[in-house]
Design a protein around this ligand. Structure first.
Ligand SMILES: Nc1ncnc2c1ncn2[C@@H]1O[C@H](COP(=O)(O)OP(=O)(O)OP(=O)(O)O)[C@@H](O)[C@H]1O
Ligand SMILES: [Mg+2]
Length: 373
């Protein structure tokens, strides 16, 4: 008996997407089924190219299909269509599917380092990614990615290092493109001297400007590097961009954890869904000696996540080459892709993408159909 499309769909209807907990057919993930003789080919459309559980689904699908009597070869292709956040429809009308704010309660824990490398790692999976440096008082992203900043001119104004494009009546700032992602920092527009005179109300309009007046184009993920603290900028972001989600970076020691706790609480109060906690500057194994160094202790990030019942996304070691990469504009994910740190960060990036898909899925299942679209 010949294999039919119905046989194939019935078999795939028993394959459960491990994170969304529904089957591939119900989730409408099976595309382009082709049957030639008894050979079967089809595509599985993932909710993110950074899906960490592709192999699990591949195995499960093959196992179910092989139960069909007489089935020939099985050819599975993979595509992706990043799920968009259903609430991302504020007044902004931005072609950005997901906004991820990288924050902490504390300065110097590595938010910018994580934001830069996370954005690049997501881009490496094939997603379209933007990185916004939202640290108006201390924009560090230009140095970390090796891009020039605005210059202070003799008349006291700044000469931007990026180009400005006029579209219709609006001037749009064109983000830089490097390491496969789009990058924008206030440092590209104002010199350090000028940025310092910004005041509260301007900060509030700044985030709106960064979102609306930068020519981001279509993005699957926009990563926002937040300034230290849990103050005004979190609030402005929440008020400006509905649907934003948050990642908290912490170092493993107690002092940092209590600050990170404040960061999580701020997200909760602002109703910003938590993607999870990333521990940075965690235990490092010296490749030369094999010795483990725990400069700031270990396990703190995991404890914090458990305490707040949010996902723990992983730990990035305290590795001198990460600091050097940051200072020289050469992100470690690009220069040392085989290092422990880079591999961990790639895994973390996939966890982030998967969790965003799950949050979007949960949200879309509770939002009444009438307000979607
Ligand atoms: N895992 C790591 N190993 C070694 N050095 C690191 C690591 N993470 C960050 N650093 C270094 O620590 C310093 C602080 O990092 P970073 O600027 O990313 O922190 P931040 O939280 O963004 O700081 P701020 O609060 O000032 O914005 C930088 O010099 C950076 O290169
Ligand atoms: Mg920073």
């Amino acid at each position: 008996m010949a294999v039919s499309e119905k046989d194939v769909m019935t078999a795939l209807g028993r394959v459960i997407e491990p994170e969304l907990h529904q089957d591939l057919v119900t989730l409408n993930m099976v595309k382009d089924v082709r049957i030639i003789g008894n050979d079967v080919a089809f595509k599985i459309e993932l909710t993110t190219p950074a899906c960490p559980l592709k192999d699990v689904m591949d195995k499960a699908a093959r196992a179910e299909l092989n139960k069909i009597v007489g089935i020939g070869t099985v050819d599975i292709g993979w595509t992706s269509n990043v799920a968009a956040n259903a609430r991302m429809r504020s007044a902004l009308s931005l072609p950005v599917k997901n906004i991820i704010a990288v924050a902490s309660g504390k300065g110097g824990v590595g938010k910018s380092t994580i934001a830069v490398n996370l954005a690049i790692a997501l881009g490496q999976t094939g997603a379209t990614v933007g990185l916004l440096d939202n640290d108006v008082y201390g924009p560090n992203v230009p140095i970390m990615v090796g891009l020039p900043t605005a210059e202070l001119m003799p008349d006291g104004r700044s000469r931007p290092s990026i180009s400005i494009e006029t579209r219709g009546k609006v001037n749009l700032m064109v983000p830089e493109e490097k390491f496969g992602i789009k990058i924008f920092s206030i440092g590209f527009v104002y010199s350090a001297e000028q940025a310092l005179v910004w005041r509260g109300p301007m900060l509030h309009s700044a985030i709106r400007q960064f979102l609306q007046e930068v020519a981001w184009g279509d993005l699957d993920y926009l990563i926002i590097d937040m300034p230290p603290g849990t103050g005004d900028s979190q609030l402005s972001l929440a008020q400006t961009a509905q649907g934003v989600m948050g990642v908290i970076v912490t170092t493993p020691q107690l002092v940092s954890l209590s600050d990170a706790l404040k960061g999580i609480t701020a997200f909760e109060q602002l109703k910003i869904p938590m993607i999870g906690v990333i521990e940075n500057m965690g235990p490092y194994i010296d490749p030369a000696t094999g010795r483990k160094m725990t400069m700031f202790g270990e396990g703190g990030g995991e404890r914090l996540a458990a305490m707040k019942k949010v996902p723990f996304l992983g730990s990035v070691p305290l590795d001198p080459s990460i600091r050097i990469g940051g200072d020289t504009g050469k992100p470690f994910i690009v220069t040392n892709p085989d290092s422990e740190a880079a591999q961990r960060l790639t895994t973390i990036a996939k966890q982030v993408a998967a969790r965003v898909s799950v949050l979007n899925f949960q949200q879309s299942s509770v939002i009444p159909i009438s307000i979607i679209g």
